[in-house]
Write a protein that binds this ligand. Structure first.
Ligand SMILES: [Fe+2]
Ligand SMILES: [Fe+2]
Length: 332
């Protein structure tokens, strides 16, 4: 029996109503040996077998707890400018808004009437506006990321994420309407509605982000192995645009090669270089003069970079390599 079949069987038993605590132990042992793509395929098998995405969404909670490490591993692999790096950064900002929303709601629940002088009401409008503004993030996922996954046979998890976007979309708009209408509304009704939306939206969106960070995005990194596809995706994402709160990619990305084993250095440099947007700089710190790298850039990326030494020995060499021309996908 393959890992995917074993996990599918465990998830089916959960669905059949078996004691979650009992099943969880078995699931934990198996999950420790699975990679994100295997998880995604197991979930998809359940969907193919007729399980509704709604039920699967609830089942997911059991193995989500164990996936925190996946996200840390993935984050370490991403470089600024990469489609997923931008999305993970946006997730961090959105999670901040959710924390703030909970805080505002806690205060409002203690109040007995609307008070225009209290900053919580303005903050609520601000938070709601930004949650609605996150739409371009979902659009990039739905139009750029998910189709590439689906093309590679990963269809289940994107389907669940789309479903969750659909569930949350009207609630975010409702929150904005409510926040803007606070001065006119009956306060008791406003307070109750706010509590209702917050209790639904905050856990659902947190859970959604957690699943993307720890299952969907790592799966994407695994199944989309071709760098030229990522570059194409970045250009498609650029066209859709970003949220007002999208953190600007840092303009100088420092890579300390001294912390890497010699055989890892070359791949890491080119992993960063290939995703580096025009105008940005890769700054490398090395324990010897990286002349061979300079020759390689000359041969393979003529006219695309500017090379400048910041420090030339005696112990460390620091070079700033700025991309002065848009990345041209390798092989094109
Ligand atoms: Fe999403
Ligand atoms: Fe997302």
């Amino acid at each position: 029996m393959s890992n995917v079949d074993r996990l599918t069987e465990i998830l089916q038993r959960l669905n059949a109503g078996e004691d979650p605590a009992q099943v969880k132990k078995e699931a934990q042992a198996l999950l420790a040996t699975l990679n994100p793509a295997e998880l995604s395929f197991a979930e998809q098998k359940l969907l193919d077998a007729g399980l509704s995405p709604e039920i699967l969404r609830q089942l997911c909670a059991v193995h989500l707890e164990m996936l925190g490490d996946e996200m840390a591993a993935m984050k370490a692999q991403l470089v600024p400018g990469h489609v997923l790096h931008t999305m993970v950064s946006e997730h961090d900002v959105i999670l901040g808004y959710l924390d703030a929303l909970e805080g505002v709601n806690r205060v409002v629940q203690q109040l007995t009437q609307y008070d225009a002088t209290r900053e919580e009401f303005a903050e609520l409008v601000h938070i709601a506006e930004h949650l609605v503004e996150a739409e371009s993030h979902h659009q990039r996922e739905e139009e750029v990321l998910f189709p590439e996954l689906e093309r590679r046979g990963v269809t289940g998890p994107p389907g669940i994420m789309r479903l969750e976007h659909q569930i949350m979309r009207p609630r975010k708009k409702e929150l904005l309407q409510l926040a803007e209408g606070a001065p006119q509304l009956d306060f008791a009704i406003f307070r109750k509605k706010l509590a209702g939306i917050v209790s639904m939206l905050v856990p659902t969106l947190r859970d959604h982000i957690f699943k993307e960070n720890s299952i969907l995005y790592p799966t994407a990194l695994q199944v989309i192995a071709d760098e030229t596809v990522w570059e194409r995706m970045r250009q498609a994402a650029d066209k859709i645009g970003y949220c007002c709160f999208t953190p600007a990619a840092v303009s100088v990305y420092t890579l300390d090669l001294r912390t890497l084993l010699p055989f890892e250095r070359h791949d890491r440099i080119f992993q960063v270089w290939q995703h580096l947007p025009k105008g940005q700089t890769l700054r490398i710190i090395n324990d010897h003069d990286p002349k061979p790298l300079h020759y390689q850039l000359m041969m393979e990326y003529p006219g695309q970079y500017d090379w400048a030494y910041e420090q030339q020995g005696p112990r460390d060499w620091i070079v700033r390599i700025q991309r002065i021309q848009e990345a041209v996908p390798v092989g094109s």
